[in-house]
Design a protein around this ligand. Structure first.
Ligand code: ZN
Length: 410
């Protein structure tokens, strides 16, 4: 089918489907192509990748997967189209493209998300685009539906699409991705920091000059969302004990890689070899998930190499590194010496981890920042100039850092 000929009528499911969800209750699937994508191997793989990496070691009920989040983002995009003003400004083809972009936006995530990316130099957004273009099943589902659909979905995800509204819906300072992960992560961690009034935000969304902007009456709901995100980062995402768990895993992968590169026999580690050799094909990437990694961690825990087995046992049994605020190089050298005296190799046992979070990006920061814009008497005014709370956050230069040094309890 050609883009110009596309209508939803042509891909409508005979029998519409619903997926029950803890956050959005019923997630509606009306179209054949969406159902095919949900049932694809690439999407099902996301059930084997946790949304929050190691956060469940602190908030033990946070075991939800990237699959549930992806369906949630699709659900919010669909709501934006059906329940806000935005739908009136999009062709049926654009509506389909952006719903698919929401559903597929995280398929490029690897196991343990950001830690794995750091160790193996992987960028999940680039992998998402590569998978849409190169995975046979996904590519043919899209192209069999509408010619050129895969490229248009990629253009939304890599932010090159000419239609600004579509990009804003998936990745901006107030997008379906952030809205879903805040509500979902908040619910599954059992904290309430991430809660905000999403239905109010959808009601005040408008379109002006080809972009999404917000009514003045929605400023409080948006402020609440920005604070929710800010608090979630410090209370949940950057929790120091989670960072400790993730440091151990990075160290474990690093030790395994170093041993492999020295020709040490690690047993049958076929799914990890492409990563150790930096020759990762899409097919290799898609075979790796957290379940397979845990199998390897068990093998490593029984390995004769003391460092590898110790790190693997620490990871499996939650024997975390302790931590303190990182102050100086002398402090680090002293800790390294103490570790060395206790037979811990500092290369694998001493780490500095810093995290920083910027609660809201405003124009002053950089030319290409796109602020949330508010309609004031027919003019568009940046949120930072309308909201005293957001203005105060920017003024106080509230971009907190949190450098910590991690090491084993001695
Ligand atoms: Zn996401």
């Amino acid at each position: 089918m050609k883009k110009e000929e596309f209508t939803f009528k042509q891909i409508e499911l005979q029998e519409k489907r619903v997926f029950r969800d803890a956050i959005h209750n019923y997630i509606h699937v009306d179209d054949h192509v969406i159902l095919q994508l949900i049932n694809s191997a690439v999407m099902q793989r996301l059930k084997r990748i946790k949304q929050l990496g190691g956060t469940h070691q602190v908030y033990q009920s946070a075991e939800h997967s990237r699959f549930t989040h992806s369906l949630g983002v699709y659900a919010i995009v669909r709501k934006m189209i059906k329940e806000s003003e935005i739908g009136h400004y999009l062709s049926e083809y654009d509506q389909l493209t952006v719903m698919i972009a929401g559903l597929l936006h995280d398929i490029g995530h690897g196991p343990f998300s950001h830690c794995f990316e750091n160790i193996f130099g992987i960028n999940h957004e680039k992998y998402t685009v590569k998978i849409i273009k190169e995975d046979k099943e996904i590519h043919s589902i899209l192209e069999n539906c509408v010619e050129g659909l895969s490229d248009d979905v990629c253009a939304i995800i890599d932010k090159t699409h000419p239609h600004q509204i579509l990009i804003q819906m998936i990745s901006s300072q107030l997008d379906s991705d952030r809205m879903d992960y805040l509500l979902r992560d908040s619910y599954f961690t059992g904290t309430t920091y991430g809660q905000f009034d999403m239905s109010r935000i959808l009601r005040v969304m408008q379109v002006r000059n080809g972009k999404i902007v917000y009514k003045k009456s929605g400023v409080q709901a948006i402020e609440n969302y920005i604070l929710a995100r800010y608090h979630m980062y410090w209370q949940v995402y950057y929790h120091p004990a989670t960072r400790s768990y993730e440091q151990i895993m990075m160290s474990l992968f690093q030790r395994a890689k170093d041993l492999y590169c020295q020709g040490y026999d690690l047993g049958d580690i076929r799914y990890l070899i492409p990563f150790f050799e930096n020759k990762v094909k899409i097919s290799d990437y898609l075979k790796l998930d957290e379940n397979i990694c845990f199998y390897y961690f068990r093998l490593f825990s029984e390995n004769a190499d003391m460092i590898l087995s110790d790190l693997a046992k620490r990871f499996l049994n939650r024997k975390l590194f302790v931590y303190e605020d990182y102050i100086s190089q002398e402090q680090k050298m002293k800790i390294e010496q103490q570790c060395f005296n206790h037979h811990y190799d500092p290369r694998y046992y001493v780490f500095i981890d810093d995290q920083m979070q910027i609660p809201y990006l405003h124009y002053g920061k950089s030319e290409d920042i796109r602020e949330i814009e508010i309609i004031m008497n027919d003019y568009l005014v940046p949120l930072s100039e309308v909201s005293e709370i957001v203005g105060a956050i920017i003024q106080s230069n509230h971009n907190k850092n949190d450098p910590k040094i991690y090491y084993p309890s001695l």
